[in-house]
Ligand binder design. Structure first.
Ligand code: HEM
Length: 139
């Protein structure tokens, strides 16, 4: 039988990174999957979905790799593609307030669906806002 290592915690008993708090790769993967499933399914994210191509497969994979590193876990994205330069990589897509808010709502719904700890969810909601707002490139 394989013995599972408990997630690393500091002396105060707190998780050392949001990645560990989230529950590691399995949970981050579930979050990225749910995010894109919702984007595909929910009429409220229609405009956000429309900025993407016909398939979301590449985006799913890349968001999962990116989020692992962004949350303080393995740097899968950087190892493959170098520095994320997210604002630059989003320049081909028109991102205004509507797209930003749909992205944030979709991510928040996904966090709820996969059961992210409410305290972590609140923190991430703020961090995602900073990142998504900085991605705006259209009035
Ligand atoms: C603000 C609204 C946003 C819109 C409309 C948007 C839209 C898109 C689109 C259309 C793609 C291309 C997908 C593909 O390759 O098929 C993409 C890629 C990506 N997005 Fe976003 N995005 C937004 C915000 C964010 C945020 C806040 C993050 C991170 C927290 C993020 C992370 C990524 C990553 C990592 C990729 C892959 C980049 C690459 O290597 O090509 N996006 N996004």
């Amino acid at each position: 039988m394989q013995i599972q290592e408990p997630p690393p915690r500091n002396e105060a008993g707190e998780f050392t990174t949001p990645f560990e708090w989230m529950g590691g790769e399995v949970r981050v993967h579930a979050l990225a999957e749910r995010f894109y499933d919702l984007m595909d399914l929910e009429p409220g994210y229609r405009e956000l979905r429309a900025t993407h191509g016909s398939t979301l497969d590449g985006a799913r994979q890349k968001l999962f790799w990116f989020l692992c590193g962004w949350l303080g876990g393995p740097q899968h994205y950087v190892e493959r593609f170098g520095h994320p330069r997210l604002r630059m990589r989003h320049m081909p897509f028109a991102i205004g307030i509507l797209e930003r808010d749909q992205w944030l709502a979709c991510m928040d719904q996904a966090m709820g669906d996969v059961g992210v700890d409410p305290a972590l969810r609140e923190r991430l909601r703020q961090s995602f806002f900073q990142t998504a707002d900085w991605m705006r490139n259209t009035p």
